[in-house]
Design a protein around this ligand. Structure first.
Ligand SMILES: C[S@@+](CC[C@H](N)C(=O)[O-])C[C@H]1O[C@@H](n2cnc3c(N)ncnc32)[C@H](O)[C@@H]1O
Length: 232
């Protein structure tokens, strides 16, 4: 069994109930991230990018899209998928740390904070702040408030399954999750959760002007998206 969230993501896992769930998830996240890319956002970093199978939709709206993930197996597949792409490049988290300061226009971090200890979040906020240009934006998506239970997540998944035509798969996936590594890890390692006021002050303390943005990225509207503006 995995002993850390990173091990979990680096191995074979069933976070997505089936291929259709995964495809629809990736498409929805890519659509929402693409919509965040504004005029002048030439250089974008997607940190904790996951498989990013639909990243081309984001790449179509910028000049350089950096995809970074700490799981070597995930990043390896992403690098292979986009080898030769004119816009997309991959970077390990250490390579992100080594990037020149003030060179990024937009940093998107979706559905990662729950897997990061708070101390790591504070460290990364300071790095993302350094790498963004003045006036650049940090977007933290899918941040979990403490009062969101696994049941709320299950209901959101069932709704996504109903709308996306994979309801049977969603039900089967929930049963599998109940007996899975994910549930054990969630019980053992927990997930980092934040009150809205809490995450806003952590992001402000890193030097950003922070605000909540609705809707959240992706399908689960019980979770939050927070935008941090690096003052210009
Ligand atoms: C739930 S997935 C989210 C993927 C994608 N952002 C999305 O919204 O579909 C979390 C991703 O974060 C990565 N990850 C976990 N810990 C990390 C860390 N400390 N630094 C960077 N990436 C990390 C995992 O490997 C995994 O691919």
């Amino acid at each position: 069994m995995a002993t850390s969230w990173l091990d979990f993501f680096n191995g074979e896992h069933a976070l997505y109930v089936n291929d259709r769930h995964k495809a629809l998830h990736d498409r929805l996240v890519a659509r929402d991230v693409a919509a965040l890319v504004g005029p002048g956002d030439d250089t974008v970093l997607d940190f904790g990018c996951g498989e990013a199978t639909e990243a081309a939709a984001v790449a179509a709206r910028c000049k350089r899209l950096w995809l970074s993930d700490a799981a070597p197996a995930v990043l390896g597949r992403v690098a292979q998928r986009f080898a030769g792409d004119a816009v997309i490049r991959t970077a390990t988290p250490s390579e992100v740390e080594a990037m020149r300061d003030a060179t990024l226009d937009l940093v998107v971090v979706n559905s990662l904070l729950q897997y990061l200890p708070r101390t790591d979040l504070v460290r990364w906020l300071s790095i993302w702040h350094d790498k963004l240009r003045p006036g650049g934006r940090l977007v933290l998506g899918d941040v979990i408030p403490p009062d969101v239970s696994p049941l709320t997540d299950a209901v959101a998944l069932l709704r996504f399954g109903w709308e996306g035509g994979f309801l049977t798969g969603a039900v089967a996936g929930l049963v599998r999750t109940f007996f899975s590594d994910y549930r054990n890890l969630r019980a053992q390692l927990g997930l980092s959760t934040y009150e809205e006021s809490d995450i806003l002050s952590i992001v402000e303390a890193a030097g950003f002007t922070a605000s909540r943005r609705r809707p959240n990225i992706g399908h689960n509207q019980a979770r939050m998206t927070i935008v941090g503006l690096k003052d210009g």
